[in-house]
Design a protein around this ligand. Structure first.
Ligand code: DWN
Ligand code: SAH
Ligand code: ZN
Length: 406
């Protein structure tokens, strides 16, 4: 198996078995044939990039029915409003600036840019969410970004000052084509800014559910710098972010265009010291994950034996890995509540647990709630205080299986 970035040798370190497409929620009346693939992950012995061993065709994941909405969390809405404000204040200050967002989803970030009257374009292959962005006044192109898309944007709109991508670059196996596209599109002094789940946080928190079909790569400063240099780019800034369970925002500029900040060297040194990409580190991670699986299944089986009810909270893409790897189905978790319209009334992929709207949670409250959207724990627990007041307990499974009692 060869590295998608540098063709180096891959060292496999974790295997989650057969898994469905994580965001392919199933219609109960017409389940059809579900697509499964082997979810296994490895690290490149040459460039340290952590990546899936098998890839799901992009059209199976990102299409008109793609359900995830960026606007589904108040914390994330504020996160993207703040980021847009910062780009406007720092990078988009020249005459007639232009920003391109890859994977703009429902336009949560670009809505602020559009409201400021700044030239922008969202590139978004999933038609349903792209329509929501357009309805917000965001200019959007329904397409997969790649080298050819970039060339046609450049020909029509001219060079971009900023190319931005949140939780999208790590979804794209074909980074060669993406980096060629960014090189074509970006003006000489422009920046490519992207933020994705950080390998360091995944290893530290044993957050194995960050591994699923859409998350093809798990980036680190080490692997991103190596990838960037292959395309004439330098990693000039890194910023750790608390969202989605721990991310890093990377800034790339053309080699020689900007001086890297001290934060880059610091993170590189920390990754080296922690031996983040070492087989021993990643095998230890895989061992902890197996322990979490056993602990979670034991807890849920014990609760069922006692007659306690457990609902899921948040039908996340991440939960597909948890449910299918642990073998959890409707017998242990009879329903999952979720605010996303396109998930409600459907069944979770592979595990076939019904997804209901948020009103089902209090009707009546279960004894326990398994928090699949643990990355939004603060926001969710703050709005669901009545659950604990009524004696309910939250179940979390990263960094270990534990209860937050009522
Ligand atoms: O990387 C990705 C991230 C950005 O979003 C994508 N590949 C797919 C998706 O991953 P996810 O589904 O694991 O993301 P979230 O943000 O953890 O999903 C939260 C889910 O919980 C959504 O379906 C909305 C739902 N939710 C809810 O029901 N009540 C969320 C909040 C905050 C709530 O209060
Ligand atoms: N940026 C948003 C959405 C993340 S979900 C946020 O952080 O909340 C990932 C998004 O990337 C999906 O909307 C998906 O349709 C989009 N995507 C996948 N491949 C892409 C590609 N090649 N070019 C642009 N967008 C892509
Ligand atoms: Zn490699």
């Amino acid at each position: 198996m060869a590295c998608r970035i540098c063709s180096g040798r891959l060292h496999p370190f974790a295997d989650f078995g057969r898994q469905p497409v994580s965001d392919a929620f199933v219609l109960p009346a017409d389940p059809g044939e579900e697509f499964f693939f082997d979810l296994a992950v490895g690290v490149c012995e040459s460039c340290a990039m952590v990546q899936l061993l098998h890839e799901v065709p992009r059209e199976r994941m990102f299409h008109d029915g793609y359900p995830y909405l960026s606007s589904g969390s108040a914390v994330m809405r504020e996160h993207f409003r703040a980021l847009a404000g910062r780009l406007l204040a720092t990078e988009l200050t020249g005459p007639d600036p232009f920003v391109v967002e890859l994977g703009c989803n429902d336009g949560t970030m670009l809505a602020t840019i559009a409201a400021a009257g700044v030239r922008h374009l969202g590139v978004e292959p999933s038609g349903g969410v792209a329509d929501l962005a357009a309805a917000r006044g965001v200019r959007v192109r329904k397409d997969f970004f790649e080298a050819a898309t970039a060339a046609s944007i450049r020909a029509f709109d001219g060079p971009a000052d900023v190319v931005y991508a949140a939780n999208t670059l790590c979804h794209i196996p074909y980074l060669d084509s993406i980096m060629k596209g960014v090189a074509t599109l970006l003006r000489p002094g422009g920046v490519f800014v992207f933020e994705d789940p950080y390998l360091g946080d995944v290893v530290e928190r044993a957050s194995f559910d960050q591994i699923y079909d859409e998350h093809f790569y798990l980036f680190s400063a080490t692997s991103v710098r190596a990838m960037a240099r292959r395309h004439g780019f330098e990693l000039v800034d890194v910023e750790r972010l608390p969202v989605h369970g721990g991310e890093v925002r990377y800034t790339l500029a053309r080699e020689g265009a900007r001086t890297p900040t001290a934060a880059v060297a610091e993170l590189l040194v920390a990754e080296e010291a922690a031996e983040l990409a070492a087989p021993a580190t990643l095998s230890a991670f895989a061992g902890r994950v197996a322990g979490i699986r056993d602990g979670l299944v034991d807890l849920l089986t014990g609760l069922r034996a006692r007659g306690a009810t457990v609902y899921g909270y948040g039908a996340t893409a991440k939960s597909a890995t948890v449910l299918n790897y642990c073998g959890i189905g409707p017998g242990l978790v009879p329903l999952i509540c979720d605010t996303t319209p396109a998930k409600q009334g459907r069944l979770t992929p592979g595990s076939h647990i019904p997804v209901l709207g948020p009103e089902a949670f209090a009707d009546p409250y279960p004894d326990y709630a398994l928090l699949f959207a643990w990355n939004h724990a603060e926001e969710i627990m703050a709005k669901e205080t009545a659950f604990r007041d009524a004696g309910g307990s939250w179940i979390l499974y990263v960094p270990d299986v534990y209860l937050v009692r009522g």
